[in-house]
Design a protein around this ligand. Structure first.
Ligand SMILES: *[C@@H]1O[C@H](CO)[C@@H](O)[C@H](O)[C@H]1NC(C)=O
Length: 195
């Protein structure tokens, strides 16, 4: 018996059916929700290499490093890959636009919904001076709303985890999930017999 190669696994993955469900509530799906945000207590500008979503080092640099850990929004992993517009609310320091972050990890700090990468946290500010002030605060009032993820140069990608071991164990992460919908299930089917 030959082992299923990475290439054939990727071929298999092309036949995946991605079952998506509406993520938005019927009412006010576009409204901002008030909350709080902190940032990772490391000196790294980007996210973490060990995020709960299983993206590995990809999860630190995705979206230019504008990534976040989520607490309730993690939703047992369904929230992984979802995008949120997050803006802090202090009008002296904060821009109206805020930032768009991708969820790559789970975590909460003192009543926060987001633990942002340090870079993302600072980019909520209007200027670099204001960013320094925000960073000094540590935790700030924010408002957020779900937005579409957009990766104009990438299609959705199934990344096979290195620990996969045919035929006993298959693990993969889904990269570049576009749009504003959740992936709640993935159906696999074999398209040919590998012998
Ligand atoms: C994405 O998929 C489409 C359709 O298969 C293809 O035409 C396009 O080149 C792909 N884009 C990238 C960046 O791979």
């Amino acid at each position: 018996m030959t082992a299923l190669s990475l290439q054939s696994l990727l071929f298999l993955s092309a036949t995946l059916l991605l079952i998506q469900s509406l993520a938005e509530a019927a009412t006010c799906s576009n409204c901002f929700i008030q909350s709080r945000a902190a940032y990772y207590p490391n000196s790294d500008e980007q996210g973490t290499d060990t995020g709960a979503c299983g993206y590995g080092s990809f999860g630190a640099t995705l979206n230019g490093g504008d990534v976040s850990a989520a607490s309730d929004l993690y939703r047992s992993g369904v929230g992984c890959g979802a995008c949120y517009q997050v803006r802090c609310t202090n009008s002296e320091y904060c821009s109206d636009r805020g930032i768009r972050v991708v969820i790559t990890d789970q975590g909460s700090s003192d009543n926060t919904d987001f633990i942002l990468s340090r870079g993302a946290f600072g980019r909520m500010a209007q200027t670099t001076d204001a960013a320094a002030c925000l960073l000094a605060l540590g935790i700030v009032a924010i408002e957020y709303r779900r937005v579409s993820c957009s990766y104009p140069y990438n299609n959705i990608t199934i990344k096979i985890d290195e620990n996969s071991n045919f035929p006993y164990y298959l693990a993969f992460a889904i990269w570049y999930q576009q749009g504003k919908k959740d992936i709640t299930a993935v159906q696999l089917c074999e398209t040919q017999n590998f012998e």
